[in-house]
Design a protein around this ligand. Structure first.
Ligand code: FMN
Length: 356
């Protein structure tokens, strides 16, 4: 029996397997609106057997977009544009997830699909970014430190976007608190120099994340709620695995169901040691230390490797990004490789199913 292809139930929602699609920005939105590209892109992974298809980092406010071509959920028109995409994912048997995001001091940057790098100037459609403190990400424009009112607005924006995501039909919500974006910037002592209730010790730095979890949970009492965390800043004096584990425990007490354990993104001088499954040890540590469900992500590219991570008890689910881009039918292929007898190979494609 394959664990990878066994179902998992989280807060009443059942995933048909544990091989999931990681959020991936496509830098192809117009005024925050997802396009036909997003529809085809996301639906293909559901056809390919994914248990969960997580939509890209989607901004809760216009200034929370990483780039001018990020998706958003800051108006009802965005909700309505997402609804048919969600329906297409669900019609193909996958659970649909939405990653709610605010890019903080890493907002207003050029799309990586363009040759320019760094901050987009106001004259070319950029905007002033916000952060816990007026400390720039190396090479980017300096952000403005959020005041108490600005913090309240961020919480309200996450809540409103969560409401719209649920109304669009998304089953799962994920709060993006990783990769050096706003919520991670509050967590890390390298970017949070505040002396008020939202800075200082770990409880202060985690306060905004916990408020956002409370606000999102209030909008979606029945939905699985995931939190993506960076387990380390990979930099001296930064956010680390022990703080991550402690905060995951607090977040679970506030209603978060599963932790999507990634790493890095806060500072340009990070020194990341990559390799196959390089973040799995972080997931295992959070799972055991905080006694919470986790997903493992990062250079997990084949079925046997994924199965082994689950068999060792290092994670409850496997999340992959680039392998799904190489092969949108990753789960169908993996099921064959593991000899798992799935009943959701698309009938239209059965003639291509390898004989067992
Ligand atoms: C094209 C692309 C876009 C990405 N966009 C996001 C995103 O929107 N949100 C996020 O949390 N991570 C994002 N990531 C990171 C991935 O979700 C994933 O964590 C990372 O690529 C490591 O997994 P992999 O080795 O399976 O690709 C992106 C990665 C890629 C390749």
């Amino acid at each position: 029996m394959s664990i990878l292809f066994s179902p998992l139930t989280v807060r009443g929602t059942t995933f048909r397997n544990r091989l999931w699609v990681s959020p991936m920005c496509q830098y192809s939105a117009v005024d925050g609106m997802p396009q036909e590209w997003h529809h085809v892109h996301l639906a293909q992974f559901a056809t390919g057997g994914a248990g969960l298809v997580m939509a890209e980092a989607t901004a809760v406010s216009p200034e929370g977009r990483i780039s001018p071509v990020d998706t958003g959920l800051y108006t009802d028109a965005h909700r309505d544009a997402w609804a048919p995409i969600v329906a297409a994912i669900r019609a193909r048997g996958a659970v649909a997830g939405m990653q709610l995001a605010h890019a903080g001091r890493k907002a207003s940057t050029w799309s990586p699909l363009l040759p320019q790098r760094g901050t987009v100037p106001a004259a070319e459609g950029g905007w002033t970014t916000v952060a816990p403190s007026a400390v720039p990400f190396e090479g980017y424009a300096a952000p403005v430190a959020l005041d108490a009112e600005g913090i309240d607005r961020v919480v309200a924006d996450f809540a409103a976007a969560a409401r719209r995501a649920r109304d669009a039909g998304f089953d799962v919500l994920e709060i993006h608190a990783a990769h050096g974006y706003l919520l991670h910037e509050f967590l890390s002592p390298l970017s949070n120099l505040r002396t008020d209730a939202y800075g200082g010790d770990l409880a202060g730095r985690a306060r905004l994340l916990l408020r956002v979890i409370d606000a999102v949970r209030a909008q979606a009492p029945d939905a699985p709620l995931f939190v993506r965390l960076s387990a380390t800043d990979w930099a001296e004096g930064g956010w680390d695995l022990e703080q991550t584990t402690t905060v995951a425990g607090w977040a679970a007490a506030h209603g978060a169901d599963l932790f999507d354990v990634s790493s890095g993104g806060l500072v340009a001088h990070q020194r990341i040691a990559t390799g196959p499954g390089y973040q799995v040890g972080f997931a295992r540590h959070v799972r055991r230390g905080a006694d919470v469900p986790v997903s493992a992500v990062g250079m997990i590219t084949d079925a046997a490797q994924a199965e082994e991570i689950l068999a060792r008890g290092d994670a409850d689910a496997i999340v992959a990004a680039r392998e799904w881009l190489r092969d949108p039918h990753f789960a169908l292929r993996a099921s064959t490789e593991l000899g798992a007898d799935i009943d959701y190979w698309p009938a239209q494609y059965l003639r291509a199913r390898p004989r067992r």
